[in-house]
Design a protein around this ligand. Structure first.
Ligand code: SF4
Length: 64
């Protein structure tokens, strides 16, 4: 089982593109962002995506 999981509140996403600019796990799809991989063992640049999001709609949760 993967260690971390992304929870993206797509309703809150304003489509600014910041996450996709800093992390290649994020792509823009229309006016919303989408993660490519949702579960992973290493946070990597997904942490940058979290930190760059102006509306805090990306969370990384640790799987138990
Ligand atoms: S940084 Fe946040 S608001 Fe901007 S596109 Fe990514 S998820 Fe959406």
């Amino acid at each position: 089982m993967a260690k971390y999981k992304i929870v993206h509140d797509i309703e809150e996403c304003i489509g600014c593109g910041a996450c996709a600019a800093v992390c290649d796990n994020w792509v823009m799809e229309g006016d919303k962002a989408k993660e490519i991989e949702t579960e992973f063992d290493e946070i990597g640049c997904n942490q940058d995506a979290v930190d760059s999001c102006p509306v805090d709609c990306i969370k990384i949760v640790e799987e138990k």
